[in-house]
Design a protein around this ligand. Sequence first.
Ligand code: DGL
Length: 278
Amino acid sequence: MNQNNNNQGPIGIFDSGVGGLTVTREIMRQLPSENLVYFGDTARVPYGSKSKETILRYSTQIVNFLRTKNVKAIVIACNTASAYALEELQQQLDIPIIGVIWPGAISAAAATKNKHIGIIGTAGTVKSRVYNKYLRQLDSEFTVVSKACPLFVPLVEEGLTEDRVTDDIAKRYLTEFKDYDIDTLVLGCTHYPLLRNTVRRTMGEDVTLVNPAYETAKSLKQLLAEKNLLNTSGEEVHHEYCASDMTDHFVTFADRVLPVRVDQIRVVNIEKYPTTIE
Ligand code: DGL
């Protein structure tokens, strides 16, 4: 399928659930003229504790769903799915697809001065070592230390972003980074930017916190420009929100994160979409 003239086609964005809305917010800021379709896999979240095979299968089904929306490009707004599914999907698709990890690595490489970088993410993202791989590609002298922080996602989902419990858990997870003298810490999970204040309190002002969302939106903008895919029609933009299960939680989270109101979420039976790219 040749999608080269599909400038008004939407950008497909997906995540394991609602966390990818933090990336969507940044895309809305940097690309306000683009139509968007967001898909949150709320029926099968979390991805952070699942195997590569499962995440690749889920991501392929979601990409097949997004293609029915005639998307012109896809953003994997989930660190775990970017770690486990991006490279395979990139090889199989005829439209551009990007993840959040390469942009996160670029931001971290630009921010560090002493070349000691910390990564926090889900168990899956940390186990994949994809951040480590990309950072070493950017500079073989980087020392990269990573740590899974599995309790952070449920704490954010429960709205406990400013809470003593979260501060205590952050101390437990993050104190060991002090032994490695890191000057940069990548918030390598979609939910963690909402814990920025907590992480800052634990790590102190001298450690730069990197949110991959900003650089992801920037990379997307560059990519669309290079491929002549920017929407320059001037028509009113349309944002569509889809999920694999209906959750009130989606709307509550969207209200906390997005600059626009989400009034409608379409429930999609994601299991009916193929597990291979045709
Ligand atoms: N969206 C996931 C990520 O960025 C976090 C939530 C999950 O475990 O599914 O890795």
